[in-house]
Design a protein around this ligand. Structure first.
Ligand SMILES: Cc1cc2nc3c(=O)[nH]c(=O)nc-3n(C[C@H](O)[C@H](O)[C@H](O)COP(=O)(O)OP(=O)(O)OC[C@H]3O[C@@H](n4cnc5c(N)ncnc54)[C@H](O)[C@@H]3O)c2cc1C
Ligand SMILES: *[C@@H]1O[C@H](CO)[C@@H](O)[C@H](O)[C@H]1NC(C)=O
Ligand SMILES: *[C@@H]1O[C@H](CO)[C@@H](O)[C@H](O)[C@H]1NC(C)=O
Ligand SMILES: *[C@@H]1O[C@H](CO)[C@@H](O)[C@H](O)[C@H]1NC(C)=O
Length: 504
């Protein structure tokens, strides 16, 4: 213990000395600007401002800047470029691998928290959302105008990173991913140029930013089409404790259920898996949102509940308003969606993802292997874990109705995005090394037991720096075009971080 903490301290001192040595001129140019604040190594608030959401990572940025206008961001990027220094944007700071801190030591951070405006054009219903906003505040701000966007459930996730790489929630089968709603983006390019990218202005940049924004610029405002907030929304949750074979059958049944032409777009759901009550069993849940009249849900769910064939141990069905559903799904209630009121939490975790092809559902053999693994290795694991099988596809899903080439998002043919997630005991460091092999084993049990030409992928918002073949799994056949655009829009590779788009 003593050894590792003094080692940590030594590397901290070394990193900050190194950073301050090579960046003294950059820092003095930044602090000389006065139109925005800058937090520097050794200065007040530096430790707090450079803390990652995922405490598995500790990085020491060159400085953290807090611009308030696109012109401030332009000044910061021009200075980074002048000193040949790397820079990254941070919106909500929820990157799984701390890429909002550059994913390594010695990067200049552009923190967007001051870009916190939310307005809705009363004629077009296009919302203009500053990228410093968190999802909870976006939901509240839009709901006040009777509007809504598709987005994830965690209120503290930032709209900047989320909308730049996907953005999935239970309304996505009806409304698409967050990035599908974007009509224009105010962005500052690596060379400091401020542009508004849209279908008619910088269309290739607009394409790249919707799927891979972090590699191409710093987005200050997202302009997005909104939807009328549904007049009612129902959150449902069913839980079973199943044997591995029962869980495999219940998952196969879900794969058949979701492609049925009677499944409405208003149905959004995921299967949530965890350690079971004893060896050989798993905790199996069905959670989701229903965005149509509450009294119609039972008939929609009935065929699936019948197919599972086992009585749930518990069930909760909560009808209410749309904004109440956002609060329940966020694990919060009512005004707690306002993230300015209570501070964000932290975790110490590792996560992986797998996007499964709708045309090639997971084989019965792979499901059996997967649940056998969860019931054995998973059951006896020291770290806590969960798996979420999120429904992206199914009959008439808005996510997959978007033409593949209309945005740079890497996959439009997935049935599920599966998230595998494990946390250190008590959510604090150190992260146990066997957490990595635990999740590798989960993914391998599925991939290794499906055909060798299985067309799977991975989801960039669940970014994993241990992933092999990430270019193909995250970006698919869009990668070569992204590499070419990277050379055009960021020739000096200012936005370089783990798994950023490379230059061709
Ligand atoms: C608790 C939790 C719950 C989650 N739930 C969901 C969910 O339900 N659905 C889902 O789809 N995802 C979910 N995610 C994943 C989430 O979408 C990503 O982690 C997202 O990228 C975080 O965005 P951020 O702005 O908070 O993070 P940051 O760390 O600030 O940014 C993430 C990446 O985007 C870049 N970036 C940030 N802002 C900008 C900008 N303005 N311009 C250009 N690049 C930018 C950063 O440089 C970094 O590379 C969840 C994550 C967590 C931690
Ligand atoms: C620490 O940072 C968080 C967000 O990054 C901020 O809300 C909080 O005010 C900061 N705390 C202090 C003591 O500066
Ligand atoms: C959130 O809370 C802050 C601080 O109390 C307040 O200023 C702000 O108006 C609230 N925002 C919303 C959308 O309710
Ligand atoms: C900055 O980069 C953009 C995109 O490549 C380019 O159009 C613009 O001319 C560049 N501006 C300067 C000043 O070099």
């Amino acid at each position: 213990m003593g050894f590792s903490s003094s080692l940590l301290q030594a590397s901290f001192v070394a990193a900050s000395l190194f950073a301050s040595f090579v960046s003294a001129d950059l820092i003095s140019d930044l602090t000389g600007q006065h139109s925005f604040s800058v937090v520097v190594p050794g200065g007040a608030g530096y430790a707090n401002a450079s803390q990652a959401f995922n405490l598995r990572y500790t990085f020491h940025p060159t400085a953290i800047t807090f611009p308030s206008t696109p012109s401030d961001v332009s000044t910061i990027l021009s200075l980074a470029s002048k000193y040949n220094h790397q820079a990254v944007a941070r919106s909500g700071g929820h990157s799984y691998i701390a890429n909002g801190l550059g994913g390594k030591d010695g990067v200049l951070i552009v923190d967007l928290r001051n870009f916190n405006a939310i307005t809705v054009d009363s004629k077009t219903n296009v919302a203009s959302i500053g990228t410093g906003n968190r999802l909870g505040n976006v939901a509240l701000g839009l709901n006040a105008k009777g509007r809504a966007l598709p987005h994830g459930t965690c209120p503290y996730v930032g709209i900047g990173g989320h909308s730049g790489h996907g953005g999935y929630g239970f309304t996505s089968r009806k409304w698409g991913l967050t990035l599908d709603t974007i009509v224009a983006l105010d962005v500052v390019l690596a060379n400091g140029t401020i542009v508004t990218a849209s279908q008619s202005n910088y269309p290739d940049l607009f394409w790249a930013l919707r799927g891979s924004s972090s590699s191409f610029g710093i987005v200050t405002t997202v302009h997005a089409n909104t939807f009328a907030a549904p007049s009612s929304a129902t959150v449902f949750e069913y839980n079973w404790d199943l044997s591995a074979s029962q869980a495999a059958a219940a998952t196969a049944a879900f794969q058949s259920f979701v492609v049925s032409s009677s499944l409405p777009q208003e149905f959004g759901a995921e299967l949530v898996l965890g350690a079971g009550s004893k060896k050989g069993r798993v905790s199996f849940g069905l959670t989701g949102g229903w965005y149509a009249p509450a009294n119609q849900l039972a008939a929609v769910l009935a065929p699936y509940l019948k197919a599972v064939g086992v009585k749930p141990q518990s069930q909760t069905v909560t009808p209410g308003t749309y904004i109440e559903s956002v609060g329940i799904l966020g694990g919060l209630t009512g005004n707690r969606l306002n993230t300015s009121v209570a501070p964000d939490g932290h975790d110490t975790f590792y996560a992986k993802s797998l996007m499964t092809p709708e045309a090639q559902p997971m084989s019965a053999k792979s499901l059996q292997a997967f649940y056998d693994y969860l019931g054995s290795t998973g059951f006896s694991a020291d770290s806590s874990w969960f798996v979420e099988i999120e429904l992206y596809g199914g009959f008439n899903s808005a996510i997959n109705n978007v033409p593949f080439d209309s945005t740079s998002f890497g996959k439009r043919n997935a049935m599920f995005t599966i998230q595998f997630y494990t946390s250190a005991p008590n959510n604090v460091p150190p992260f146990p090394q066997d957490g990595f092999s635990l999740l590798d084993g989960m993914v391998n049990s599925i991939v290794d037991n499906n055909p060798s030409n299985w067309d799977y992928g991975a989801y960039l918002n669940y970014i994993d720096d241990r992933l092999q073949n990430w270019q193909n799994l995250y970006y698919g056949s869009h990668y070569p075009k992204l590499e070419a655009l990277k050379k055009q829009y960021d020739p000096e590779d200012v936005f370089k971080f783990p798994l950023s788009v490379e230059e061709k």
